[in-house]
Design a protein around this ligand. Structure first.
Ligand SMILES: Cc1cc2nc3c(=O)[nH]c(=O)nc-3n(C[C@H](O)[C@H](O)[C@H](O)COP(=O)(O)OP(=O)(O)OC[C@H]3O[C@@H](n4cnc5c(N)ncnc54)[C@H](O)[C@@H]3O)c2cc1C
Length: 310
């Protein structure tokens, strides 16, 4: 999935800057994002604030021309490889928790910033805990209003979900029936196992339906019918479930070979590691729990029904 640092700038920070950034911030940051010159990471989650994102405790106190930032972020994808981090910080500890948060852009080279890689269940280490120890951040790096960061954070999360949902569908992805054919070595005949055959066919149809639905939404957006809005949460959820099932089926199609952790016979564990990585799909890019999305004016799924996504 394309969660490389360039993607975080392109899909997430770029749209947020277009919407909330000052003219100077747009001029300074957008060209480098487009050309992939500056890599960004996301400093939202903290050891005590994940689903309850608004409970974050990293402090930023204004001191003259700087904010002095202290605290720590966790699960920061590519923090050790990124040039910059967009960060949620608490600027008013007295205010109700959503009202005391600001959105800051911080140079990862600043004195007092350090990272510690964390290993995933798949054995890889794509993310880190990130520490801020008396880090000085120029006040012009504030995006939007001081204490108005929650609105920026939510807007950016909507684009994160669009990115994650869409990332499970791409033209370069090998169709499951092709993987089955290669794994089981059959040609021009149906998949021998009738249960797997049914599951592969169903999954392929679901992927096609999902692709068509995404295409329709993109067309609607291009025709000026607004953003994806709440749909991006549904697409993120559906994309996540489809991707997890895809990798379960890939492991099943490879039988014994699909379970090995190391060694050539097991593709150095690639299949099982990729399968384990998908378990994080439903955690990453989650919606903060204080966001209740309602559909008061629609007849689907039913009038006034509210969804709570974690
Ligand atoms: C691969 C990966 C990459 C990530 N990259 C980044 C990144 O780059 N930057 C960043 O800031 N964050 C990142 N995250 C963090 C991600 O956003 C958080 O993991 C997510 O918000 C969940 O928070 P948590 O892990 O603290 O889980 P918790 O909030 O502790 O939740 C644990 C479990 O409890 C459930 N739960 C929580 N509250 C409730 C409730 N009130 N009622 C019922 N159940 C509840 C949750 O659904 C979940 O199943 C990444 C995560 C992953 C897995």
């Amino acid at each position: 999935m394309p969660l490389a640092p360039q993607q975080l700038g392109l899909w997430m920070l770029g749209p947020a800057l277009l919407h909330y950034g000052s003219e100077a911030q747009k001029q300074q940051y957008l060209p480098d994002i487009v050309y992939g010159k500056v890599w960004w990471c996301q400093g939202y989650s903290e050891p005590g604030a994940g689903s309850d994102l608004a409970g974050l405790q990293t402090r930023a106190e204004q001191q003259g021309p700087y904010y002095l930032v202290n605290g720590s972020k966790i699960w920061t994808s590519y923090a050790d490889k990124s040039d910059m981090i967009f960060c949620l910080v608490r600027t008013n500890p007295e205010a109700p928790k959503h009202a005391g948060i600001s959105f800051l852009l911080i140079d990862m080279e600043s004195e007092g910033v350090s990272t510690q890689p964390i290993k995933l269940i798949s054995g890889k280490s794509p993310f880190c805990q990130t520490f801020f120890d008396n880090v000085k951040v120029p006040i012009e790096n504030l995006v939007g209003e001081e204490n108005g960061g929650w609105a920026v954070a939510k807007y950016l999360l909507q684009h994160e979900r669009d990115m994650i949902g869409a990332s499970y569908i791409n033209e370069g992805q090998t169709p499951l029936y092709e993987i089955a054919r290669r794994a089981l070595g059959f040609e021009n005949t149906p998949l021998p196992d009738p249960v797997l055959r049914q599951q592969v066919a169903q999954h392929q149809m679901d992927i096609m339906a999902f692709q068509l639905t995404l295409d329709r939404s993109m067309d609607e957006m291009k025709q000026g019918q607004g953003t994806m809005g709440a749909k991006s949460s549904m697409y993120k959820y559906l994309g996540t479930e489809l991707n997890k099932l895809r990798h379960e089926l890939i492991v099943a199609l490879h039988g014994f070979e699909g379970l090995g952790w190391e060694g050539e016979a097991f593709q150095e564990g690639k299949l099982v590691r990729d399968y384990l990585r998908t378990k994080a799909n439903s955690i990453e890019g989650a919606l903060p729990k204080s966001n209740s999305i309602s559909f008061p004016n629609t007849s689907w799924p039913c009038p006034g029904l509210s969804f709570l996504f974690f």
